[in-house]
Design a binder for this molecule. Structure first.
Ligand code: MN
Length: 734
């Protein structure tokens, strides 16, 4: 068991005159309240806070953080109270203990909304004090180290959460030390076989590789000495998870990963980095395309280094990283290295400059009301790889992988984004969807008459662009809705000799709006445009019932409409809306049993889609216009469904397929067979089914037939004649 003196010694090694008393008091308190508690490993519980505190001391954090490491579980797991800790240790400590406790209570449930909410909480905690997340990472690291004592089920859940959330966070904060260990431990529990295999292979070849590395180190040391360049040369090993990632990413075998081991040179200053690089290239030829200058272009997590790959001793490719001592600390400890213990309340300036992404996330989380949208952004920003491009003036800008010219335009200025029509990349014209590559010099071409389109949302990658485009679309849509709502209402009013303007002047419309719980008439117009409120509902608030009934539309008209809209929303319930026009969307043709959702169209009521239909994608269209819809089919109502079958063009195939359909007691309405040039046949059947299960069953049984290549559901519609389920009116039961 680690001792408290080990921890205080560590702290003394990097803080000139530390508040050792604080750490001691925290230790005594923690030991007292955790007394008698055991971990699942059988060890005294106190080992956990001690280890966490030691990890924090390894990250060279201040005394308060190290002390909170000792206290972090006291409020949650012992009888100790907030008041007690506050009295003994002060506000700063109690704030941190509470924040860490709160994060621990969040479980990252698989449910997307909940997960987004948790991210948000974590960010908020981080925003107040970055030490919160550092303590949480240390806590998680020790828990991962001791994960073997938990049940398999818990191991998997915790390991997955570590891989999904904590490791990316550690990476984003630049704490490579913690990130690598978290990833390796998570891999061990998530993919035990892979982990075992990789560790075996790494150990097997280690002696041979070490030989090569030792030889290279000797050569390098001699060369540096010869040219009076100071530098510490060492070997470094790639961690298992990053080997695994590389194998998966590049589709290569273990033996093809050449940088299992590499060389690291740590120099005193930047000039020596470049000098050392030159020397390396003079000993061994560099591999083209493998040189990266992260000193001139640091990664967003502050990482700086020169990377090169040379053809080393014995013709083996050898990766060499060159950096200064400061850069090395930043690479290993990230934000922790920049958190100066002397300025407890603020981080140093480079934090502010380099961790732009963190600041942006904070801003976004305030802006984004929709959790799933936030989660999407979060993932993009947490996991992306970077490309670096230049403005015509030579300014470097970084973007996520696959970012487009539109992203670039929005990064320059919102107005440039709104009006961009094309781009010049390295002097050549490219379309807006062009994906940026590192090294590109990008210039945006704008036109005052050009505006954003919804399609842009499908290709842009940066949060900034997505947000600006959405905001623009929203404003524009609201304007169109206002005009449409007014038009609809005006027409209806005209029938009774009323005018919109007069009613508006008298304040009557505002009264109506208020009665519907709306703030102003604008909102009323928008709701009319979307069909949430009908013009007749508005009229009934203005005119006496008798006047209205006198001129009420003949039901004949409704019948005509029914005929035109081929298939209406019978058998569907739309949540909270009564008497709304609903129809099935033609794009996806839902059938009872499908998960469905209502989409409020502008002035055309609700269209009912399959929940996974791309035309109701909440990311593109937002969630405001979605409305819950459920099936309300009492009896089995026949629906027509089309299926496409692709099969080998052989005799007897059609007979086999139709037999399978008949066996399922399904009627075939139409059948259409075409033979293709590729010795295959395409059959299209219209079937009469009563529910989705029946359809799935028959599709599966067709799939089982030999020589059938593919079966898929095409589209479906409800026949308006003989199969109309019941002669019910178009009204939807709310
Ligand atoms: Mn803990």
């Amino acid at each position: 068991m680690i001792r408290i003196s080990d921890i205080t010694e560590k702290v003394q090694s990097y803080i000139p005159s530390p508040d050792i008393d604080l750490i001691h008091r925290a230790y005594v308190f923690s030991a007292k309240v955790h007394k008698g508690q055991l971990r699942l490993s059988g060890e005294p519980y106190l080992t956990h806070p001690l280890e966490v505190s030691a990890i924090l001391a390894d990250l060279r954090l201040d005394e308060v953080t190290v002390a909170v490491g000792l206290l972090h579980d006291t409020v949650e797991d012992t009888l100790a109270t907030e008041a007690e800790i506050s009295e003994l240790f002060g506000e700063e400590v109690v704030f941190l203990v509470n924040a860490v406790t709160k994060i621990s209570q969040i479980t990252f449930a698989s449910h997307e909304e909940k997960q987004a909410e948790n991210f948000r909480k974590m960010l908020l905690a981080m925003a107040k004090d970055i030490r919160v997340i550092l303590i949480k990472l240390a806590d998680r690291l020790h828990n991962m180290r001791t994960l073997e004592y938990l049940s398999r089920e818990k191991q998997i859940r915790i390991a997955q959460e570590t891989m999904d959330i904590y490791a990316p966070f550690a990476n984003r904060l630049g704490i490579a030390k913690v990130k690598s260990e978290l990833e390796d431990l998570a891999l061990k529990y998530l993919e035990p076989e892979v982990y075992a295999e990789l560790s075996r292979k790494v150990t097997e070849g280690v002696r041979q590789r070490q030989g090569i590395i030792d030889e290279a180190i000797k050569i390098i040391q001699a060369k540096l000495k010869e040219y009076n360049t100071e530098g510490i040369v060492s070997g470094r090993t790639k961690h298992l998870y990053s080997i695994y990632q590389k194998m998966k990413r590049k589709g290569i075998s273990f033996d093809e990963v050449f940088d299992l081991m590499g060389i690291r040179i740590i120099t005193n200053n930047v000039r020596d980095c470049y000098a050392a690089l030159g020397l390396m290239h003079s000993i061994w030829p560099p591999l083209p395309g493998e040189f990266d200058d992260y000193i001139a272009m640091p990664k967003p997590n502050m990482y700086q280094s020169l990377h090169t790959v040379v053809i080393g001793p014995g013709g083996h490719p050898l990766e060499i990283q060159i950096r200064t001592y400061d850069m090395h600390r930043t690479a290993e400890e990230g934000i922790a290295a920049h958190w100066r213990y002397k300025e407890r309340d603020k981080l140093d300036k480079s934090y502010d400059e380099r961790f732009v992404w963190l600041r942006q996330l904070m801003e976004w989380q305030q802006d984004l009301k929709d959790p799933s949208e936030f989660l999407h952004m979060m993932k993009v920003d947490l996991f992306h790889d970077e490309v670096f491009v230049f403005t015509p003036k030579g300014k470097v800008m970084s973007f996520p992988q696959d970012a487009t010219a539109i992203d670039f335009a929005y990064a320059i200025h919102t107005e440039v984004g709104h009006h961009c029509v094309g781009a010049k990349v390295n002097g050549r014209m490219v379309p807006l969807r062009y994906r940026l590559k590192t090294g590109d010099i990008v210039e945006i071409i704008t036109s005052p008459n050009h505006h954003p389109s919804r399609d842009w949302l499908k290709i842009v990658k940066t949060t900034r662009a997505i947000q600006r485009i959405k905001r623009w679309l929203k404003t524009e849509e609201k304007e169109r809705c206002l005009a449409l709502g007014r038009e609809i209402l005006d027409k209806e009013l005209a029938k009774y000799g009323l005018s919109y303007l007069k009613l508006q002047k008298k304040g009557d419309l505002l009264k109506v709006a208020n009665r519907f719980g709306l703030v102003d008439t604008d909102e009323l117009m928008v709701d009319i445009a979307y069909g949430k409120i009908s013009a007749r509902q508005v009229l009934s608030e203005i005119l006496p019932q008798e006047t209205l009934q006198l001129k009420s539309e003949p039901s004949k008209l409704k019948k005509v409409i029914n005929k035109i809209t081929q298939r209406k929303g019978e058998g569907v319930k739309i949540k909270g809306v009564d008497d709304v026009m609903a129809r099935f969307a033609k794009c996806c043709n839902p059938v009872p049993g499908d998960k469905i959702v209502g989409f409020i169209t502008r002035g055309r009521g609700v269209s009912v889609h399959r929940a996974n239909c791309p035309n109701v994608d909440p990311f593109l269209y937002g969630t405001e216009r979605l409305i819950e819809a459920t099936w309300d089919v009492q009896e089995d109502v026949p629906y027509q469904v089309e299926i496409n079958v692709r099969c080998a063009d052989k005799p007897g195939m059609l007979a086999k397929i139709t037999a399978a359909i008949s066996e399922a007691s399904i009627n075939i309405i139409t059948a259409d067979v075409k033979t293709g040039r590729d010795a295959s046949a395409r059959c299209r059947f219209t079937l009469e089914i009563t529910n989705l299960k029946q359809l799935e069953k028959v599709i599966n049984s067709i799939k089982m037939i030999r020589d059938v290549i593919e079966v898929e559901r095409a589209s479906s519609y409800l026949s308006k004649n003989k199969m109309e389920p019941h002669a019910s009116p178009t009204r939807i039961i709310g």
